[in-house]
Design a protein around this ligand. Structure first.
Ligand SMILES: Cc1cc2nc3c(=O)[nH]c(=O)nc-3n(C[C@H](O)[C@H](O)[C@H](O)COP(=O)(O)OP(=O)(O)OC[C@H]3O[C@@H](n4cnc5c(N)ncnc54)[C@H](O)[C@@H]3O)c2cc1C
Length: 654
């Protein structure tokens, strides 16, 4: 019986330790093992990825390749520059492959791609073996154990998990690897279309990563940032299994921190070092295994003499949240990533709604500017010039470093959506997709739905104040001073509300509060002063408009798969005012376009029951009539008591 000839396809698992799929490949006792990465144009041109995340990926790939070579000097990560859907049939033939092994991916695109590759393998007589390893539980098993429903709460994960059984212990990294066969590539490369390129804005030079199948030196090397034509990365956070495991070692060595970690008590204003582990990009790229993380924490907790924290606030609880979002995504597929056609996502008539492709029912990546003011809010939010130093500091940290603390993400997400601008959560999720080094579709989408109170969480009357909330953590405003250096010399009394500082003090502290932030770094008349923008909105007033809008939307009670949402008649249920429809009474949310979608066969979203949210205090009365057009919600008084929610506005005025 000839020995297997195996391709091991690295994707979401850029590591050697605790890889069930890699172990399976090695258990085949292959004659040769080709560790490969296919350079997929889907990610190069169609997924939003900024330079910082590209850099992290390249770091992980280079580190992995070196680790492979350490185990077998003849081997490395063979990076081949073609779409997997066209490359594999050629590779199967060329290298006489008998088995293809990889870690299971439950992302919507990942499933489509893998189904196609499995089909091609079958045609070529190649056996495909997949193993879960990206999450604590196999996400599909989790859904099954949750009565075939998306996991919409942590207790559902815990109950479903208990049915599945113990989370598997991690397996050690292999001590040796078989050699690959000769890596010839005697076939032609199918070059992808590079247009449209969603990442064109990330580049300052021509993108050349597809110039040759095995790279410019024909050595299967990992591409460089230069080959990708990308602007330089600015993040201090670097990737790779070696760095990731070292970070984990340091965390675990601090037993008190590990055993007593409580997420809500970690400061979003902490930097150098940050208050949480910062292992999320390693979780995303699989450079640290989530089971390794889980069990090393759990072992510390089990032996801890003091009072250890528990899920959901503990470190292991954080990993269960991660599994929860994967379980929701695994069940809903493409529909999970949008409000439209999503049975679990509440329908709110946000501003700047997504354009919908009527054929596929999917969002197209474009959006409708239904309100000029909302577009200004959105741009200023993204560019860190809202005039609220806390929000701007976070958005600038996000752009520069690709990571912000979880509660910082809460603050900016709440501000953009239900607690400030009333802009569609999908706009915010796209910005995070572009800039986060830890961007994980399941976690990003799920958390944006949580923060916008469209799914997972429903207490929309609890908003984050951009003033009182950071004050609780950082009275002196050191976080703001670092990321908004214009305000470096401001007295702490004004650090979160600089517009209130007397003009003489503004001059003394070297920065005038004026304009909209487009001239932040230009000197003023006398050549010595910097400027920082005035707040772009009246926060208490705008928050109340939002809360009223949310009350109305909750009262109407539509979800994304409701026929009224699908056919556009939802408009008749909302008043045409500040937070209601502004584009007439017909049509679905956003603009309708009719063209062939890339992924027309979207995963069928199921029409399951909604996980019961904590019941919001919604006024039981009908939404106001359009006769009140233009007045309604935003004219209501701010006094309605519980508005402050997460921040206590006892003495402070925001
Ligand atoms: C609007 C918004 C968008 C987000 N987008 C992402 C994203 O794209 N990718 C991502 O990994 N996380 C995302 N999160 C979740 C969370 O903010 C980050 O996982 C966390 O801040 C990462 O920092 P850490 O590694 O120090 O976390 P720690 O607190 O140290 O937690 C340990 C690990 O648990 C996981 N985790 C922690 N919190 C969450 C959570 N709420 N949801 C899912 N997993 C969690 C992460 O893998 C993390 O590395 C988002 C949160 C919000 C509010």
């Amino acid at each position: 019986m000839p020995k297997p000839r195996v391709i091991y396809w690295f994707r979401t698992d850029l590591r050697l330790h605790d890889s069930p799929a890699l172990k399976t490949a090695l258990d085949l006792k292959p004659e040769c093992l080709y560790p490969i990465w296919t350079w997929d144009p889907h990610y190069v041109y169609h997924a939003r990825v900024g330079p910082n995340r590209w850099q992290f990926l390249l770091d992980c790939q280079n580190d992995l390749s070196e680790s492979i070579t350490k185990l077998n000097p003849q081997s490395k990560l063979f990076l081949i520059r073609e779409a997997p859907q066209t490359l594999f049939p050629k590779l199967f033939k060329e290298w006489k492959i008998t088995h293809l092994v990889f870690e299971k991916d439950t992302d919507a695109y990942g499933r489509d791609r893998d189904d196609k590759v499995k089909e091609l393998a079958k045609e070529a007589g190649v056996e495909v073996i997949t193993r879960p390893g990206r999450t604590l539980y196999d996400s599909d098993e989790l859904v099954k154990a949750n009565n075939n429903r998306p996991t919409m709460s942590i207790s559902q994960v815990q109950h479903a998990g208990a049915k599945i059984g113990d989370i598997a212990r991690p397996i050690p990294a292999p001590k040796s690897l078989p050699s690959p066969g000769t890596p010839t590539l005697s076939f032609n490369q199918q070059k992808p279309a590079s247009n449209p390129d969603i990442n064109a804005i990330q580049r300052d030079a021509e993108e050349k990563s597809y110039d040759a199948l095995a790279g410019p030196n024909n050595d299967f090397a990992v591409p460089t940032m230069e080959e990708l034509g990308l602007k330089p990365a600015t993040t201090p956070h670097r990737g790779g299994e070696t760095i990731g495991l070292k970070m984990l070692d340091e965390i675990i060595a601090n037993e008190d921190y590990t055993a007593t970690f409580e997420k809500p008590k970690t400061a979003p204003t902490a930097f150098e070092p940050q208050a949480t582990t910062l292992l999320s990009p390693h979780m995303h790229f699989g450079s640290v295994s989530c089971r390794e993380f889980y069990w090393r924490v759990q072992d510390v907790v089990s032996k801890y003499k003091g009072k250890a924290s528990q899920p959901p606030t503990s470190l292991t609880g954080q990993l269960l949240f991660r599994d929860m979002y994967f379980g929701a995504q695994a069940a809903l597929g493409y529909a999970f990533g949008q409000s439209y056609n999503n049975p679990q996502c509440r329908f709110i008539p946000w501003h700047l709604p997504s354009e919908i492709d009527t054929k596929s029912g999917l969002i197209t990546g474009k959006y409708l500017v239904d309100d000029a003011k909302a577009e200004v809010f959105f741009k200023r939010w993204k560019e860190g010039r809202t005039g609220f130093p806390w929000i701007d500091a976070l958005m600038r940290q996000l752009k520069h470093e690709g990571w912000i603390h979880h509660l910082g993400r809460h603050a900016v997400a709440c501000f953009l959506t239900r607690g400030g601008c009333y802009v569609d959560w999908e706009r915010g999720a796209e910005v995070f997709e572009e800039w986060l080094i830890d961007h994980e579709a399941a976690c990003n989408i799920g958390n944006w739905q949580w923060l916008s109170c469209t799914a997972f969480f429903a207490q929309f009357y609890r908003c984050y104040s951009p003033i009182a909330f950071p004050q609780k953590w950082d009275k002196d405003g050191n976080f703001v001073r670092k990321y908004v250096p214009e305000l470096e010399h401001f007295d702490k009394k004004y650090i979160y509300e600089p517009w209130k500082a007397p003009i003489l003090d503004q001059k003394k502290w070297g920065c005038l509060i004026k304009g909209d932030g487009t001239d932040t770094d230009t000197d003023t008349e006398d050549g010595t002063l910097r400027t920082y923008p005035k707040p772009m909105l009246d926060f208490p007033k705008q928050r109340d408009i939002c809360i009223q809008g949310m009350k109305n939307a909750y009262h109407v009670g539509l979800y994304g798969k409701n026929p009224k949402v699908l056919d556009g008649t939802w408009r008749k249920l909302f008043e045409d005012n500040a937070e209601g429809p502004t584009e007439g009474t017909e049509g679905p949310p956003g603009a309708m376009v009719e063209h062939e979608a890339d992924n027309a066969d979207a995963d069928g979203a199921e029409d399951g029951e909604h996980a019961a949210p904590p019941s919001p205090k919604v006024e039981k009365k009908t939404p106001k009539k359009t006769t009140e057009k233009g007045k309604g919600a935003h004219k209501r008084k701010a006094s309605q008591s519980t508005l402050d929610g997460m921040v206590t506005r006892k003495k402070k005025k925001d």
